[in-house]
Design a binder for this molecule. Structure first.
Ligand code: KIV
Length: 277
């Protein structure tokens, strides 16, 4: 079973893997593949609910999907995202909401976007493991002016490095680095004793994470530069739906092998009864 200790033990020794999931069956398949961790990301707002960004996602959404994922895993470590405005207002609210995610879903950790040092300190003090998230933080898309690579300039790179150190000191056991240049991710990974989880932050990070619909090609949206499609589930699924339609219209499906039968004797007796013959 993967625990927070696995992240510590593997640091600098073995690369780890994380994939997002939002439902029971995907979680079960990810667990079966031996992936170390699942992130129930608030990206579910876009890939499951069709919102334009993650801002409308609620605590109830995260709990609903988090519960389904936890039911699907045996060994994989489950992290649930804290949604927009569930931790920013006060330490008390942050602890209450982090506690709800842990208690109601059964996950092993929560993830928080941004350098919310006091809130993270309060949550980790309550015994809740926290994954930080810096670089591109999608909940701040409006203040960032879009989804862009971060820490490319001197000031922003120095700020990112200092924020990572502050998150480590606040008690995070790992930090997600999203859309960060390789040399900055490499430096951060080297100076921290906790794990870095990269998404668009190079192979220098201790762990990689991708959204499952992106990495399996289930979504046919133009992917970001860092996404590799390891399959083409979108085309497979559309092909299956079209073939189903064709076969139904041609009366090829359901064929005999997909059909339940009744014996002639029983059928004749039923007919005698209902038709009065
Ligand atoms: O919500 C999410 O899926 C994430 C990943 C992109 C890291 O935060």
């Amino acid at each position: 079973m993967v625990t927070v200790n696995t992240f510590k033990e593997n640091k600098g020794k073995k690369k780890m893997t994380m994939i997002t999931a939002y439902d029971y069956l995907t979680a079960k398949n990810i667990d079966e593949a031996g992936i170390d961790a699942i992130l129930v990301g608030d990206s579910l707002g876009m890939v499951m609910l069709g919102y334009p960004d993650t801002l409308a996602v609620t605590m109830e959404d995260m709990i609903h999907h988090g519960k389904a994922v936890v039911r699907g895993v045996k060994n994989t470590f489950v992290v649930v995202d804290m949604p927009f405005m569930s931790y920013q207002a006060s330490k008390e609210e942050a602890i209450r909401n982090a506690g709800r995610l842990m208690k109601e879903t059964g996950c092993q950790a929560v993830k928080i976007e941004g350098a919310y040092i006091d809130e993270i300190k309060a949550i980790t003090r309550a015994g809740i493991p926290v994954v930080g998230h810096l670089g591109l933080t999608p909940q701040s898309v409006n203040s960032m002016g879009g989804y862009k690579v971060q820490a490319k300039q001197k000031e922003s790179a120095i700020k990112l490095i200092n924020d990572c150190i502050a998150l480590q000191e606040a008690g995070c056991f790992a930090i997600t680095l999203e859309c960060v240049p390789r040399r900055i991710a490499e430096y951060i990974t080297k100076i921290l004793h906790i794990s870095t989880i990269g998404i668009g932050a190079s192979n220098e990070c201790d762990c990689q994470v991708l959204v499952w619909q992106d990495m399996t090609g289930y979504s046919n949206n133009e992917p970001a530069k860092f996404v590799k499609k390891f399959a083409n589930l979108h085309d497979e699924e559309v092909k299956a739906f079209s073939e189903y339609k064709r076969e139904v219209e041609a009366m090829e499906y359901p064929s005999k092998e997909h059909t339940y039968m009744i014996s002639d004797d029983v059928y004749n007796e039923v007919m005698k009864e209902v038709e009065g013959k």
